[in-house]
Design a protein around this ligand. Structure first.
Ligand SMILES: [Zn+2]
Ligand SMILES: [Zn+2]
Length: 361
């Protein structure tokens, strides 16, 4: 039976909303009916070639839904269960997994090279984008990409856990390791940035500065916990130092992935503080530092993949924050759309507008 999906026919080609035929589920696989899927910047990065993965592909990697059927050998979920998709499953066997750094698993995207489905109209083989192909009414994924959804969290909210929230929360808690009373700046108020702001509030940060190119996101940022809001400019780092007793913030979290923003985040960080880069930039984005400033400022600059998160460990923690009202997933969503609305949601994201657009099935 065909289901509707958002297909990227080739890099830089417009998305097509079309029918796809899904197999199985075969052994070790799970078929899921999606409840919702978030539109993430990484979908855009895949469609414009910043991230290189096999195409044509069904995009979408942040989703939740209900199990329809399980293949042989799948025991941790059953038909009818609510599940959250994990686009970066860990293999458990590579050196990173052996170190417990499952977010760096060498084989996390191995599944992206396996044929996922076929176009109903012409039979073309389709790949699963970032493993899980969540921009579809239904998907079939390896069991390792499926986590039981937390109790008491609607699946339409739980969809956001799989990427934006794990990434934003993890950036603040695991990578930047924000402690109570510290000062934080978050650059880029999209889905991940909003999750990072809420997470800084949960961590007990005192001053939380949100920075974005759009003046229109101030209300969104403040409701996520920002105590101050700056529209990005040449003087942003100076303004942040002024807000923090001329020191700079203890932790700067960059959720954009551009050289200029990374530089500003670095310059906004206090001596000895932490600059964490969450945004995925292109190879053309060169960031430069002089040798003296690296010595003088004594800062730590680190990258951060998927929030340095272990989804199996972290989802229950996030669920506790949600149920206690500390984490508000609904507040990340600025637009609820259908599959047909994804191309327009890409345009909105490119224009730097809005928080998360959520496809509701
Ligand atoms: Zn994502
Ligand atoms: Zn691994």
């Amino acid at each position: 039976m065909a289901v509707r999906a958002a297909v990227l026919p080739a890099v830089d080609a417009p998305l097509e909303i079309t029918g796809i035929d899904l197999p199985g589920p075969g052994p070790g696989r799970v078929r899921i009916r999606l409840a919702a899927a978030g539109v993430c910047h990484s979908d855009l990065s895949l469609s414009n070639g910043t991230m290189r993965l096999p195409v044509p592909a069904v995009l979408g990697h942040e989703g939740a839904g209900t199990v329809v059927a399980v293949g042989e050998g799948v025991t941790h979920v059953a038909p009818g269960d609510g599940v959250v998709l994990n686009w970066a499953p860990s293999c458990g066997a590579c050196p990173a997994c052996a170190r417990g750094e499952v977010w760096l698993c060498a084989n996390a995207l191995a599944g992206a090279a396996e044929v996922h489905a076929r176009r109903t109209d012409d039979g073309t083989d389709l790949y699963p984008g970032l493993n899980v192909a969540a921009f579809a009414e239904e998907t079939v994924v390896p069991a390792s990409c499926v986590l039981p959804a937390p109790d008491g969290v609607p699946l339409t909210d739980a969809a956001l856990l799989g990427c934006a929230v794990l990434t934003g929360y993890g950036a603040v808690h695991h990578a930047a390791k924000v402690r109570p009373g510290e000062t934080v700046a978050v650059f880029g108020v999209g889905g991940v940035g909003l999750a990072a702001l809420q997470s800084a509030r949960i961590a007990g940060a005192s001053t939380i500065v949100a920075v974005d190119v759009s003046p229109a996101k101030e209300g969104l940022a403040r409701s996520a916990g920002a105590t101050d809001y700056l529209v990005a400019s040449d003087t942003t780092a100076r303004e942040i130092r002024a807000l923090t007793g001329k020191e700079g913030v203890d932790a700067a979290v960059e959720c954009v992935g551009r050289a200029t923003t990374i530089r500003t985040a670095w310059e906004s960080t206090r001596r000895g503080g932490r600059t964490t880069v969450v945004g995925i930039g292109g190879k053309d984005q060169q960031v430069t530092f002089n040798a003296l400033e690296i010595f003088h400022w004594g800062r730590t600059l680190s990258g951060c993949v998927y929030g340095n998160s272990d989804p199996a460990r972290d989802l229950p923690v996030l669920a506790d924050h949600i149920r206690a009202g500390r984490l508000d997933l609904g507040a990340l969503v600025t637009e609820r759309i259908t599959l047909d609305g994804i191309p327009a949601a890409f345009d909105t994201m490119l224009a730097g507008k809005g928080g998360r657009a959520l496809v509701v099935f």
